[in-house]
Design a protein around this ligand. Structure first.
Ligand code: G
Ligand code: G
Ligand code: MN
Ligand code: NA
Length: 252
């Protein structure tokens, strides 16, 4: 896997593609943004990011992949912007390995400026795991982003170990409830109580909540009723290609 991935990176990331999973306003049920998800087509096979992202991280290749990806998605966002979708945002997964590099935040800010895109058009998703081993460099990058108007989102919330202290330090704008809790809505009281507690916590910290992996109408109704702000999941949309995004934004 690592050798194959190295060839991909050396060839300018041929074989890597982006998918975009729309994130919907919970009340209006229209897409307001999308999470960028990487896909790798290796010959005839699609390799799952759950497999190749850890390899890319451990080998450091995620740095080159991330730099390539940033160029691609900002170009894409700029095209949508020119088509009149001037509020639509992209939510990018950035791993600890990337954030541990000097100047990552500045590069993102420079690229936004190059494309004349407002800083509010990009959200950076970080996992609790990223935050656990936080170094000075990671912290500098995150502070730089946040103080410049690029919003931060805590991904997979509830599955890590350290969350609460960082919630206080970070000033993130979004909290993403991990799919494993959303799955329990409608069939596990404890999961419902945890989701309600997360919604209350986020509200008291002035954060918006994104529920991930919303698969059923029952989950959607529960989340809407209890004030969840944003919805992501197969019920409303799977990850789609870039070409499929504009038609979804018609009633935006
Ligand atoms: O899309 P899917 O659920 O298969 O993704 C699996 C995992 O890979 C998720 O945890 C997701 O955060 C991660 N992932 C997907 N795309 C990217 C990416 O572009 N960069 C990084 N760092 N992680 C990604
Ligand atoms: O870890 P992260 O949240 O970045 O990963 C998001 C992943 O979750 C994506 O790979 C996406 O394909 C997947 N996903 C998103 N919505 C759903 C859903 O409704 N059901 C399932 N099974 N997976 C989902
Ligand atoms: Mn994510
Ligand atoms: Na997640």
């Amino acid at each position: 896997l690592e050798q194959g991935l190295r060839k991909v990176v050396e060839s300018g990331c041929a074989g890597l593609e982006m998918r975009y999973q729309p994130i919907f306003d919970a009340q209006r049920l229209v897409p307001v943004g999308a999470e960028v998800l990487l896909r790798w087509q290796d010959g005839d096979d699609w390799v799952s990011p759950a497999e190749f992202i850890p390899v890319a991280e451990d080998s450091g290749m995620i740095v080159d992949i991330g730099a390539w990806q940033l160029g691609q998605v900002l170009q894409q966002l700029s095209e949508w912007d020119q088509q009149g979708h001037t509020q639509f945002y992209l939510s990018l997964n950035i791993s600890a390995v990337q954030l541990a590099r000097d100047g990552v935040a500045q590069r993102l800010l420079d690229m936004l400026e190059l494309h004349a895109l407002d800083r509010s058009r990009v959200v950076v998703e970080i996992t609790e795991t990223t935050l656990m081993g936080v170094t000075r460099q990671v912290e500098d990058n995150l502070t730089r982003l946040e103080s410049s108007g690029v919003r931060l989102s805590i991904d997979d919330f509830g599955t890590g170990y350290s969350s609460l202290g960082y919630l206080r330090e970070l000033d993130a704008s979004y909290l993403k409830i991990d799919r494993s809790f959303v799955i329990g809505i409608g069939n596990r009281d404890s999961d419902e109580e945890i989701v309600l507690a997360m919604l209350a916590l986020a509200k008291s910290l002035n954060m918006k909540v994104v529920a991930e992996g919303v698969d059923t109408n029952e989950q959607l109704q529960f989340l809407r009723q209890h004030g969840c702000d944003l919805i992501q999941g197969f019920l409303l949309s799977r990850p789609v290609t870039a070409a499929e995004i504009p038609p979804l934004l018609v009633g935006e």
